[in-house]
Design a binder for this molecule. Structure first.
Ligand SMILES: NC(=O)c1ccc[n+]([C@@H]2O[C@H](COP(=O)([O-])OP(=O)(O)OC[C@H]3O[C@@H](n4cnc5c(N)ncnc54)[C@H](OP(=O)(O)O)[C@@H]3O)[C@@H](O)[C@H]2O)c1
Length: 245
């Protein structure tokens, strides 16, 4: 049992697939205390238990919090970032499909608050990203493709994780890969980086079978980010001690 006060967390996007997993898993930790759950409509949520649920329009009424864990939609991002700045709270966001302008605003905000955005909070993908960079650097003349598959409700394509892996390919060999996206059934998330040369092919694959891995990673990131100084940090850097965003 921890002797420190629990980190006060606001879950943003609480009624979603990820938000409900975050509420359930946060309740199992004694180093985190969820103080509010926010969704677009603010409908009652069984997973929230005694935690107050607020509609996004009443975000400013939330009780004091140290860190937000956000898995929502890009249109929710700007008011959320403004609230974090106003409260001096840290932000952990896994929301994908953010615009270049929103990333620029996140970088600017990181001058004043701790901030972490990651397209994938699985430890396996953090390691895969580094392997992809190494393989691409070793095989600079080969064709490179990033193929991703997700459930039919996913709105953005290619996935944020595919773009992170593509950036690793580009960092390794100096050229971006091709992308392909599949949307089918209830696939949690699959990513393949294929490097193809004449007469041989290398495939690096990650398959997520349960979205709890992302929720666990994001909650651990929230605990580590709260209380840090301002600045933007990546998930790999925070957890694995690497340097990548
Ligand atoms: N980084 C990672 O590891 C990772 C892993 C999985 C998913 N994701 C990303 O996380 C995001 C959420 O995924 P999901 O599958 O949980 O989505 P989802 O099931 O569609 O849930 C979306 C959530 O956002 C809320 N929301 C929508 N508009 C909002 C607004 N304007 N203000 C506040 N909240 C708003 C919704 O509230 P209502 O229910 O009231 O509409 C709901 O709670 C997506 O961008 C997805 O790509 C990232």
């Amino acid at each position: 049992m921890s002797t420190r006060s629990p980190v006060r967390v606001l879950i943003h996007g609480a009624s979603g697939r990820m938000g409900r997993a975050l509420l359930r898993l946060a309740a199992e930790r004694d180093d985190l205390a969820v103080v509010a759950a926010v969704s677009a409509r603010g409908d009652a949520l069984p997973e929230a238990g005694a935690v107050p649920v607020l509609p996004a329009a009443r975000l400013s009424d939330a009780p004091a919090f140290d860190v937000v864990v956000d898995f929502s939609l890009p249109e929710a991002f700007d008011p959320l970032l403004a609230t974090c700045l106003a409260r001096g709270a840290a932000l952990v966001s896994g929301t994908t499909g953010l615009s270049a302008g929103q990333f620029a605003a996140l970088d600017a905000a990181a001058a004043r608050i701790p901030a972490l955005w990651a397209p994938n909070f699985s430890v396996g993908v953090a390691v895969l990203t580094e392997l992809v960079r190494q393989a691409s650097a070793a095989l600079p003349g080969w064709d490179a493709d990033v193929v991703e598959a997700h459930h039919i409700h996913k709105k953005d394509a290619p996935s944020g994780t595919a773009l992170q892996l593509g950036a690793a390919v580009e960092a390794g060999r100096g050229r971006a890969p091709h992308y392909a996206s599949l949307r089918a059934g209830d696939i949690v998330g699959e990513h393949t980086v294929q490097l193809a040369g004449a007469g041989e092919r290398l495939e690096l694959v990650h398959r997520a079978t349960n979205r709890d891995i992302f929720a666990r990673g994001a909650l651990e990131a929230a605990r580590r980010l709260a209380g840090r100084g301002s600045g933007r940090v990546g998930f790999g850097a925070l957890l694995l001690g690497g340097a990548a965003r």
